[in-house]
Design a binder for this molecule. Structure first.
Ligand code: HEC
Length: 126
């Protein structure tokens, strides 16, 4: 009986570690589902401190590229935002030595962030 309990505990521990260290997309989408709106995007950019590295809406640091420009460039080069979506899912999948961390964002969180970045880029252009 003790052996069974121990095995079950071990399996649960490994499962928990997996979901925390390398959460798969189905898990992120299940646990981090949000309303994809500009407001939610603004909150996510705040929480994850994107402005600690990026200039967004004319505000923020310059450790990474200015996202206002990135959004404008992408609007012409890749209107479907395929690259941006892939990037936000997993930066290292596109550039293995990037300084940008993986924020483990769900699909709807990525949607919200892109909406917010787009709006900020439009405001900064004025
Ligand atoms: C620790 C610094 C850091 C943080 C925090 C950070 N980034 Fe980045 N990001 C970078 C760097 C550096 C690059 C440029 C890629 C490279 O050369 O590694 C980048 C690239 C990007 C790109 C791609 C730009 C392009 O040229 O296509 C996007 C989009 C982006 N970041 C969005 C975000 C968002 C949204 C957040 C917040 C959730 C964020 N970043 C947080 C450092 C950071």
């Amino acid at each position: 009986m003790r052996k069974i309990l121990l095995s079950v505990a071990l399996v649960l521990a490994v499962l928990a570690l997996w979901l925390v260290i390398s959460p798969p997309r189905f898990w992120l989408n299940l646990t981090k589902s949000v309303e994809p709106t500009v407001m939610v995007g603004a909150q996510l950019v705040e929480q994850n401190n994107c402005r600690g590295c990026h200039r967004i809406g004319g505000e923020g640091a310059l450790k990474g590229p200015t996202l206002d420009e990135v959004m404008r460039r992408q609007a012409e080069a890749d209107p479907a935002q395929v690259t941006l979506r892939l990037w936000l899912r997993d930066p290292k999948a596109i550039k293995s030595n990037t300084a940008m961390p993986n924020f483990h964002l769900s699909d709807s969180q990525i949607e919200a962030i892109l909406l917010y970045l787009q709006e900020e880029a439009a405001t900064a252009a004025k």
